[in-house]
Design a binder for this molecule. Structure first.
Ligand code: 2AM
Ligand code: CA
Ligand code: CA
Ligand code: CA
Length: 263
């Protein structure tokens, strides 16, 4: 398998899929709920996933696909080539704001991330990475992340962190909020990860993400020296849901050591 050929192929699928998503704004969206009232999915999430799967199955029939909307394969191991796809990350933004959503894709070979992508559809910004060859923002190389201390950092968190939870006491969150320069919440895990790898954010943490939310981002993170773990400071699980933390190295250590409660 030629990695550069696969990279070109994946990028062309992403660009065509994104064009289809942008065109969909001219048509009526069909919105459904999934597990709960604010867990949304649209016909465009589904059609985008099906578009990828149709092409991948035709052009790489031995590759398997794990997609959020469930049109791909049942994946219980990472043998061979596995594509992990979130056709639209930030569906609520897609519906309500028509911006701030991304296509997130990671390609693994025998469990090793080889190609990663986060495409911010409305900004037309593609972050990509190839194993051991670096990460790129629209084909311009992304430098290694710079170190930053907590006082000068901006952290991506969402409102669920102020609701009582098992990962940080309320006092710990208050202490963190008093110390950091700022916090942001963008409503798309993939976009928040893309901001950490490009230095717009210094860390991002979440209590529950799925493999398709983080697969592309993890592969990109590795190439720029950002640290990815779960909130117990363990490698993230690519076969199920889990907690998530991506940060610049010293900040990752500081958050794990002094703020997050490890079980
Ligand atoms: P989605 O838009 O692909 O569903 C929003 O804070 C982020 O969390 C988005 O990346 C969103 O992905 C994800 N998300 C939304 N609902 C979720 C759920 N029920 N479980 C886990 N992640 C979810
Ligand atoms: Ca979803
Ligand atoms: Ca998602
Ligand atoms: Ca999604």
């Amino acid at each position: 398998m030629n990695l550069h050929k696969l990279d070109k192929y994946a990028k062309s699928l992403i660009k065509v899929a994104a064009g289809r998503i942008r065109s969909s704004f001219a048509t009526d969206l069909l919105i459904e709920t999934k597990s709960e009232a604010n867990d949304l999915v649209t016909n465009i999430d589904k059609e985008t996933e099906q578009f990828f799967i149709h092409h991948i199955k035709r052009d790489y029939p031995d590759h398997r696909i794990l997609g959020e909307e469930g049109f791909g394969d049942d994946i219980h191991d990472l043998d061979g080539y596995v594509w992990m796809l979130d056709p639209i990350d930030g569906t609520m933004n897609f519906i309500h704001q028509k911006t701030n959503f991304a296509i997130s894709l990671g390609i693994f070979k025998d469990g090793v991330g080889i190609l990663g992508y986060i495409y911010n559809v409305m900004d037309d910004v593609l972050i990509s990475a190839t194993l051991d060859e670096g990460a790129f923002i629209n084909d311009i190389r992304i430098p290694t992340v710079k170190q930053v201390n907590l006082e000068q950092s901006i952290i991506g968190i969402n409102a669920s962190w102020v609701v009582p939870n098992k990962y940080m006491e309320h006092e710990g969150m208050v202490k963190l909020l008093q110390k950091v320069r700022g916090t942001r919440s963008y409503g798309s895990a993939a976009i928040e990860i893309s901001y950490v790898v490009t230095g717009k954010l210094d860390a991002y943490m979440s209590m529950r993400l799925s493999p398709w939310d983080i697969a592309g981002g993890m592969i990109i993170a590795k190439e720029v020296g950002a640290i990815v773990t779960n909130l117990a400071n363990e490698p993230v699980n690519l076969l199920g849901q889990g907690t998530f933390l991506i940060a610049k190295p010293s900040l990752h250590k500081e958050l794990i050591t002094n703020y997050i409660q490890l079980k």
